[in-house]
Design a binder for this molecule. Structure first.
Ligand code: PMP
Length: 324
C-alpha cells in the first residue's frame, strides 16, 4: 500500500522529468523537478508546510489561529490549503499585478485576500511589510514571513535537495534556479554542496531583479523588468544569505517565453513563466559547460495560473513578446 495522509501527506516526492527537447538539443541531461505536481500546484507547498509546522512546534500557532502572509500567490495557495486541512484561517496580502487566476484561486480556497498596489520593498506599504503589520495587530495570528523565515529553506534542504540527490544517484553536475524568497535555490544548493562540493550552483535571474548583480559583484542592483511572477528580488533575504552561488545567469522575457512555448509544443509540459527563466538559464549553462553534463532545475508551477497573460496572444502582443 502507498497511501498519503491527506493534502499534507501528498506534498513532496515529485518526479524528476527529463526535458527531452532541450536535452536532445544541448547534449546535456536537462532535468526538471516537477514541483507543479505538488497537491497545491507549486513548489511553495513545501515551504508553507514547514513554516506552519515550525510555528506549531514553537507554540506560536494555536487552534483557531490565523496565518497571515504577503505572497505573489503560490505561497498563499499552499498556506491556505494547509490551513484548511488543519483548521486555521488564512489572510493573504498580494500585489494587484499578480495573475487574476492566482487571486481567484486564493478566494475560492477560502483565504481572506487583500490586493494592494505593487510598491518597492522600501515603501512601508509594500505587500510583505503590510502583511507583517497586519499579523502583529491581530489576536492569535502568525506572520509566515517566507522571505526571512528559515523554515522555508529548511524544507528544501530536508526534502527537495535529498530527493534530487536520490533520483539522480548523485549524478548531478549543476543546479540552477531562480529565486523569489531564495528558499528553493538556497536549500537545495546547501544540501547538494554538502554532498558533492563540485556541483555548480547557478542562480537564474529575471530582468529587474538585483540578484544577478549580487552574485556577480556582491551588491544587489536591478535594471529592467520582467513579466514573470514569484521570482526576482531587490534584496538579499535571510533565506538567500550564505547560499552557495558559483555563478548567475540573467534571462530576459523573450527567451523565457520561447522556453515556455517550446516546453508546451515539443515536450507537452504546460508551465508558468518562472520555469521559462529556469530552463533558459539551464540551456545557457549547458552551452557554457558543454555536452555530457546533468543539469537540474525546477518546474515551479503550471501554465494554467497564467492563462490570461503568458498564454493570451493579445496580452503577449501588447508586451511585444508574442513568439513567432
Ligand atoms: N516560481 C514561482 C512561480 C513562484 O511562485 C516562486 C515563489 N515565489 C518561485 C518560483 C521561487 O521560489 P522561492 O520562493 O523558493 O525562491
Amino acid at each position: 500500500m502507498d497511501i498519503k495522509s491527506g493534502f499534507i501527506g501528498a506534498i513532496g516526492n515529485t518526479p524528476l522529468i527529463r526535458l527531452n527537447s532541450f536535452s536532445d538539443e544541448t547534449g546535456c541531461e536537462i532535468l526538471g523537478k516537477a514541483e507543479f505536481l505538488n497537491p497545491g500546484g507549486s513548489v511553495k507547498d513545501r515551504a508553507a508546510l514547514y513554516i506552519i509546522q515550525d510555528a506549531e512546534a514553537k507554540g506560536l500557532l494555536k487552534p483557531g489561529g490565523t496565518v497571515v502572509e504577503g505572497t505573489a500567490g503560490n505561497t498563499g495557495i499552499g498556506l491556505t490549503h494547509i490551513c484548511n486541512a488543519k483548521g486555521y484561517k488564512c489572510l493573504i496580502v498580494i500585489p494587484e499585478t499578480q495573475s487574476q487566476e492566482k487571486i481567484d484561486l486564493l478566494r475560492t480556497l477560502g483565504a481572506e485576500v487583500r490586493t494592494v498596489p505593487a510598491v518597492p520593498y522600501k515603501d512601508p506599504n509594500n505587500y510583505v511589510k503590510l502583511s507583517g503589520r497586519i499579523a502583529s495587530e491581530m489576536e492569535n495570528a502568525i506572520w509566515a514571513n517566507q522571505f526571512d523565515n528559515l523554515a522555508n529553506r529548511q524544507a528544501h534542504y530536508e526534502t527537495t535537495g535529498p530527493e534530487i540527490w536520490t533520483q539522480t544517484d548523485g549524478n548531478v553536475d549543476a543546479w540552477v534556479a531562480a529565486t523569489g524568497t531564495g528558499g528553493t535555490y538556497a536549500g537545495v544548493a546547501l544540501f547538494l554542496k554538502e554532498k558533492k562540493a563540485e556541483i555548480q550552483c547557478v542562480l537564474a535571474d529575471p530582468m529587474g531583479s538585483g540578484l544577478y548583480s549580487y552574485v556577480k559583484t556582491g551588491e544587489p542592483k536591478a535594471e529592467g523588468s520582467s513579466i514573470t511572477e514569484g521570482i526576482g528580488n531587490s534584496r538579499v533575504t535571510a533565506n538567500m544569505q550564505g547560499a552557495p552561488a558559483d555563478d548567475a545567469i540573467q534571462i530576459d522575457d523573450t527567451e523565457a517565453v520561447r522556453m515556455v512555448y517550446q516546453l508546451l509544443e515539443k515536450d507537452g509540459l504546460f508551465m508558468g513563466g518562472s520555469v521559462g527563466i529556469n530552463v533558459g538559464a539551464a540551456i545557457a549553462l549547458a552551452k557554457r559547460i558543454g555536452p555530457g553534463h546533468t543539469i537540474v532545475t525546477v518546474l515551479c508551477d503550471g501554465g494554467s495560473r497564467y492563462q490570461s497573460k503568458l498564454f493570451n496572444s493579445d496580452w503577449l502582443t501588447a508586451k511585444g513578446l508574442l513568439p513567432a
